[in-house]
Design a protein. Sequence first.
Length: 401
Amino acid sequence: MTEATTQEQPFRRLRYFHGQLITARDFQREQEYFREKLKLRMRCLLGYGVVCGLFVEPAPPGDEKEKTEHQAKVRITAGLGVDCDGNEVLVSGGCAIDLAGALHETERTGGTTVWVGVEYRECAVEPTRTVFNSACADTSDCDHGYTEESYVVRVTTKTPPKDERCDTCCTRCEHKVLWLARIDDVDFGKPVRADRIHLNVRRFFGRHVPTVITGINWRHGHTYTVNEAKELLGTQKNSGGLVVEFSDDVRVDSLRRGVVEVQVIEGGAGRNADTWYMGGRFEEPTEKDGEFTRRFRYRQTTRETLQDGDRVLVTVRAAFILDRCCRPVDGTHVGGRVPFTGQVKAEAETETETETETGHHPEPEPVGCLVPPSGIGPWTSGTGAGGDVFESWFFITEERS
């Protein structure tokens, strides 16, 4: 009978006894014991990622005397993160970074897209004179008395690797940099523009990153004419259909009948109104497209006719759509703000807010809460809880004059 083995050393706690000789090595190992325990609990119970702050923004212009040939500078605001090993990365007062100066010399002639991140670092500080040397003379006359927990800024032109692990608890990570932003079209001789900084590369703090819905090809709450709706739903064209896009891979075999449902609520007043379900099916992906996909297209397969005043309700049961790690898609349509990724005819874009004969007013564009509570856009579905139902709707009107 063989015993199970592991690559990791088992935890060993210092055991005190009377007459024991304790050296600096014993105290160091006792510190390591508690630190490794804390990091293990952080990884397994809470996860890792950006806890708060750590936003990347253009650095404010400096004095004329401080200007150099490298004008592309950004600032990382104060904040806290936890790397995938469980180390806390604290940026207490913010810092400014010269992008060109922070790049490795082998990357300074590379691309114009750079990634900015922070990495945990320890360094010995406060030199202290020893009282005496050990018998083996393994200490010098002067040694550092403290270890300072700090960070170092990383800047690269190489696309950072993605953490593909489904379980971040019992497996150690290989890439410990917390990436905070991607900056496109960097001109190292000019200031960085705010619209070039993309913060959606950040990993929000948690045990795993949920797969969410990132885009749909219809405008939530919009009013379409009958013909526009037919084209959108694919009533008469096989190339049409409702398209939903995801932030990561989802399993094709979880896109089954009943996951998507299109319900039509007829216009009318009181008991005169009726509802019916529109037949449809998945046109994309197909079984030949592989095991995973990041989008699907659901097309109407029946010939029912939409009429003026109808409301089309689209329901996606996200709890039944599984991602690569067999977790449910986080599908709550918070605020109806999932971005529109399709195309709308010019006549639909310029419609006026005049009341139709049915008494319906076109849905006004939102003016508040333009970015999610995290401050990082664009909006996606999800609240972090996973699963739930994605709901959206649009209205039908007669042909526009």
